[in-house]
Write a protein that binds this ligand. Structure first.
Ligand code: PRP
Length: 216
């Protein structure tokens, strides 16, 4: 059991893309792309076990050692600050964390700014560094609606193509931080399963470097 490398992947398109990178790095398990509802898959030959989890739960599995490694967005890592090793920027799932508001919004610095977000820690840290008083409204999706209904003045959210903002007559007004997917590892596993994690890391790093060279 323990010699298997346990990998938590974020369910969805990003997870599938990242899995292909893991397979190329020497940890294939193609049954995982089967569109059934199974959540755990293993390949005894490659000594790897994968499980699909909710993207924001990946660091929980890795921090507690239920997974040795996983893939999580930088947004999730910044928000929850898990005690894990961040090994590699996979350079996929690229987007940015932004402040956005209704088109034409003018900020009044003398008033407390009302901010809707799924990322209260990132939001608080950003505005605290600017000594700006804010009132955070924690939501769990469809954040873009908040300024439209005057629930808040602005939102802090992920922007990828910008389509969701545009379709709702909102615009990004500040970029807080660029985001991408990261390879993360449990601290104990990093010591005791070092060979497997190193093989994975090297295989992924080669692919990231090749893609970067291609883009230049
Ligand atoms: C994210 C984010 C935005 C959207 C941005 O939502 O919250 O709503 O993507 O993408 P765009 O700039 O390409 O339009 P996601 O689809 O991850 O779902 P969520 O609302 O559950 O967070």
């Amino acid at each position: 059991m323990s010699e298997f490398l346990n990998v938590a992947l974020p369910k969805g398109r990003l997870g599938e893309r990242v899995y292909k990178m893991f397979a190329e790095a020497g940890f294939p398990c193609d049954e995982l792309l089967d569109p059934k509802r199974k959540l755990i898959f293993e390949n005894p030959e490659a000594k790897v076990r994968y499980f699909w989890v909710k993207p924001s739960d990946v660091p929980v599995y890795v921090e507690r050692g239920a997974a040795d490694v996983g893939v999580a967005g930088k947004d999730i890592l910044l928000e929850y600050g898990p005690d894990i090793y961040e090994l590699l920027d996979l350079n996929v799932g690229k987007c940015r964390m932004c402040v956005a508001a209704k088109n034409g919004f003018r900020d009044d610095p003398d008033r407390t700014l009302r901010v809707a977000t799924e990322f209260p820690h990132i939001t608080q840290a950003y505005y605290s560094a600017r000594s700006r008083d804010i009132d955070i409204v924690r939501l769990h999706g469809s954040i873009e609606i908040a300024p439209i209904l005057d629930l808040t003045d602005v939102i802090v959210d992920i922007v990828e193509t910008g389509t969701t903002l545009r379709e709702n007559d909102l615009s990004p007004i500040e970029t807080i931080v660029p985001i991408s997917a990261r390879l993360i590892a449990n601290k104990v596993s990093f010591k005791f399963k070092h060979a497997a994690i190193q093989t994975l890391y090297e295989g992924l790093k080669t692919q990231v470097a090749a893609k970067e060279a291609e883009q230049k």
